[in-house]
Write a protein that binds this ligand. Structure first.
Ligand SMILES: [Zn+2]
Length: 76
């Protein structure tokens, strides 16, 4: 876990922390170069109470370099 994740899990009430982690795991970041997907949580990030499908400049282990990633929420 990243420092930000550890920090928020420590300061938030338990119910919020659970909700934050579940929602961050539901948000997927897809590499626009190779198409590989990981959850925002696995990337050490947090995305909570958020909407929209922004792009993020993130390191991609498949490409071995930072690339553009499109964020989208999985599930219904
Ligand atoms: Zn990639």
């Amino acid at each position: 876990m990243s420092r930000a994740q550890t920090f928020f899990l420590r300061i938030l009430p338990r119910a919020w922390a659970v909700s934050m982690e579940a929602e961050s795991r539901a948000w997927m970041a897809r590499c626009e170069t190779c198409g590989s997907e990981r959850s925002v949580w696995d990337l050490g990030g947090i995305r909570w109470k958020a909407a929209g499908n922004p792009r993020r400049w993130l390191g991609c282990p498949s490409c071995g370099a930072p690339t553009w990633h499109k964020l989208h929420k999985k599930g219904p």
